[in-house]
Design a protein around this ligand. Sequence first.
Ligand code: APR
Length: 257
Amino acid sequence: MPAPLDCRTALPTLPPALLERLRTADEVLVLTGAGVSAESGIATFREALTGLWARFDPAQLATTEAFVQDPARVWGWYEWRRRQALEAQPNAAHRALAAWAERHGRLRLVTQNVDDLHERAGSRDVIHLHGSLHAPRCFDCARPLASPALPKTGDRLLAPPRCPACGGPARPGVVWFGESLPAEALATAWDLAERCDLCLVIGTSGLVQPAASLPVVARQRGATVVRIDPQPAADFGGDWQLLGAAGAILPALLERL
Ligand code: APR
């Protein structure tokens, strides 16, 4: 595997083999993580100091047990994250991916993110492996519920609204640790990983399964795997690492295609 390409100040001249693959790929799978929303001001999870898990305990906020123990705390935390997502704007990375899909026609986007910035940038049929902040459902009967009006900033943590059908508490529509991923989304993502000939892995630490296995499966099936992240991955098993911010690299890449 070639050494990572330093793209932190500008996109360098790309190796012909990489440029050729980027230009001629037939089926493209893009897997994104929190890093692609970082330039929109939304915190990632594992970056030291600023990451959500450096400031909050996932066991207290992102598990079923935590919700049962204190629904208002869990619901309130996700409402805080939903407010952040609604107040954020898509960044150049989101826009470049939407433009790339529009131009290419056979590019599918799978995300671990629960915000809707890909959609708001124009991406269609986005596959959300970890659910969405904008799709609450009843904790008891699983009926989809409408997102309530956001509480005013600084309001006390409110108890989650109640399901009109069964009276159960609303829960966030995200996948908590220990929960299964949405079956249809995961099946589609596996199928795309098996069929693609180019897999772009953007803004993810690649530490959470099963999402982290998608590029591995793609490569086993012969796809070229390209990772875009400011931090190199020591155990990267793919073909190319472009070091830098997705919001800078993706628009520059698109111009070269
Ligand atoms: N451009 C590209 N990548 C970036 C940028 C940027 N501007 N800023 C940060 N990154 C990278 C970080 O270097 C890191 O590798 O984004 C990655 C974010 O990694 P995580 O914080 O671990 O987020 P993610 O990989 O999406 O987490 C996966 O873990 O907690 C669960 O459900 C949660 O979906 C989440 C999953």
